[in-house]
Design a protein around this ligand. Structure first.
Ligand code: ADP
Ligand code: MG
Ligand code: MG
Length: 511
């Protein structure tokens, strides 16, 4: 490896790498639909254009011990979140703690209660999870370890693009890096294989099989439930293509905009409540939906009116295997993460043991990834957190999070006290306060919309997991680790979302 890695490149080398990387990205679908600022909707009404996603020129160095730690703990995390999803009483308590001020979570829970009243007909659940981490080091020279940023249970994205990003860097490592002035010898980077797209697809495939044979006599299908105007389409398509390839003849897969759910699907009257889908472009076909993979429905914007909530209820009560169910979505709230991470005290027994009582080693592997997270309620921990969050100095080490997904929702550092002044105190318990993780500094070059940005970066590792379980028997029939994501952002930016425009795709070279 070069003396200083990643190397700085000369302007001419930068031009060369830009050309090679962007063409590889376009040729291999490491792409998104262009944002309106680049191509207006009027200029491309049918959506025939795509653009390369922002990506680092080099795989970022990532400590091998940390990478291994994340991979090793993923199946235990899958099991933990499958178990939490089965504990309705615990989740009901969580929803109560979040309180009425969060109308999104309240509405979501109502969907569950309505279906529970009539009885669920599908005991199986599919989880396509992603656990996100940053590297933490107590002090220079100490062994780095990963600390969890959050655990995603709905619409965890970039698994389709991430395996492609790993391939791009592998390609550059064998073709371009050896030619640089600061040459990186072929074979000197340690690039872990990354099967995120096929790994996620195989989770869906397994659920498709476990659904069992069609009951209505129609061919079975999988639905990718998506947002209107989704730009991150190719990320989803890579998973779809892997899924279709997983058997012969291939599985029918359809992209259904959430807003069109009620128009194009119905449930069979009677105890089975099978979900039928009629693709609008194929009027002679009706499919029985085995699996619904949601890449939407995670935030209030997806529910603009009452009919969107009816659509969610309609899907939830059907026999299709949901990824995720409402219960699993609620299990993924930051409030759950906080309750799990809140240390054991006499008045607050650790909840973790309840879910993983059989394996003490797994529990300690999990808890070693936790960082300090506090409630903002009136418990002892909550009162301490309120002091931290409202203090103009102490707040600088924290991030305040509402129960939201998809990036752009958090309040950072010095902005916290001011923000809390605008929130009635009765609503504070719907937030959690989390210690900021500050990874050791590294540098890289980001290629974004054809331009290079060199400087300090912060990396966030995501490990994917797939899990299928039975809510009634509590049996876990499938539990796998499914590749990784490395997302990188400039160190001046608080948020790291690629889709939200803050971060970029990256891969690891293990150090
Ligand atoms: P979301 O569900 O919206 O993705 P996250 O909890 O992942 O919410 O927060 C969004 C981003 O904020 C993360 O990707 C990360 O860049 C940053 N962030 C969140 N929590 C922390 C933390 N404890 N330390 C450092 N950065 C954080
Ligand atoms: Mg999230
Ligand atoms: Mg996140």
């Amino acid at each position: 490896m070069a003396a200083s890695y990643p190397p700085e490149v000369t302007p001419a080398e930068g031009d060369r790498l830009t050309e090679v990387a962007k063409d590889w990205a376009l040729a291999h679908g490491l792409t998104v639909r262009p944002p309106p600022a680049i191509i207006s909707a009027e200029a491309d009404p049918v959506g025939i254009l795509s653009t390369a996603v922002p990506v680092t020129l080099f795989p970022s160095p990532f400590p091998k011990v940390c990478f291994d730690q994340g991979v090793a703990v993923q199946r235990a995390y899958n099991e933990l979140y499958a178990s939490i999803s089965q504990d309705e009483d615990f989740l009901a308590h969580i929803v109560k703690e979040i309180g009425d001020s969060d109308t999104f979570i309240t509405e979501l829970w109502k969907v569950h209660l309505r279906v529970k009243a009539e009885g669920y007909v599908q005991p199986k659940s599919l989880g396509l999870f992603r656990s996100d981490y940053m590297v933490h080091q107590d002090h220079a020279g100490s062994t780095p370890q990963i600390k969890q940023v959050e655990f995603n249970t709905i619409a965890a994205s970039f698994g389709g693009l991430s395996s492609q990003t790993s391939l791009l860097h592998k390609y550059l490592a064998s073709t371009e890096y050896p030619l640089l002035e600061n040459s990186i010898k072929h074979g000197s980077l340690k690039l872990p294989p990354n099967h995120s797209a096929s790994g996620l697809a195989s989770g869906i495939h397994q659920a498709f099989i476990e659904y069992g044979p069609s009951v209505t006599g129609n061919q079975k299908c999988v639905i990718f439930l998506v947002q209107d105007g989704e730009r991150n389409v190719f990320d989803q398509r890579h998973i779809e293509y892997e899924l279709q390839q997983s058997q012969e003849p291939s599985i029918p897969v359809f992209r259904l905009p959430f807003s069109q759910t009620l128009e194009h699907t119905n449930t069979v009257d009677g105890p089975g409540r099978q979900l039928l889908y009629r693709p609008p472009q194929l009027p002679n076909h009706t499919f029985e939906v085995a699996v619904i993979y949601m890449r939407c429905g995670y935030g209030p914007d997806d529910y603009p009116d009452k009919s969107a909530w009816e659509a969610r209820y309609h899907l939830e009560r059907s026999a299709a295997i949901k990824c995720p169910t409402v219960l699993t979505q609620v299990a993924g709230t930051k409030k759950v993460q906080q309750v799990l991470a809140t240390p054991e005290t006499p008045s607050n027994p650790s909840v973790l043991g309840r879910y993983m009582s059989t394996d003490a080693a797994s529990i300690s592997n999990l808890t070693s990834t936790f960082t300090n997270i506090y409630p903002l309620d009136e418990t002892e921990a909550g009162l301490k957190a309120r002091k931290l969050a409202t203090d103009p100095e102490l707040c600088k080490a924290y991030v305040l999070k509402p129960q939201r997904e998809g990036g752009g929702n958090n309040i950072y550092r010095s902005a916290i006290p001011q923000f809390l002044k605008t929130v009635p105190e009765a609503h504070w318990p719907s937030y959690i306060l989390m210690e900021l993780i500050t990874p050791p500094p590294i540098k890289n070059t980001i290629l974004r919309t054809g331009k290079l940005e060199h400087g300090g970066v912060i990396c966030e590792l995501g490990i994917y997991g797939t899990c299928i379980w039975d809510q009634n028997t509590k049996e876990i029939s499938h539990n796998e680790q499914a590749g990784y994501l490395l997302r990188t952002k400039g160190d001046q930016s608080e948020e790291g979302g690629v889709a939200a425009g803050f971060g970029c795709m990256d891969s690891c070279t293990l150090v």
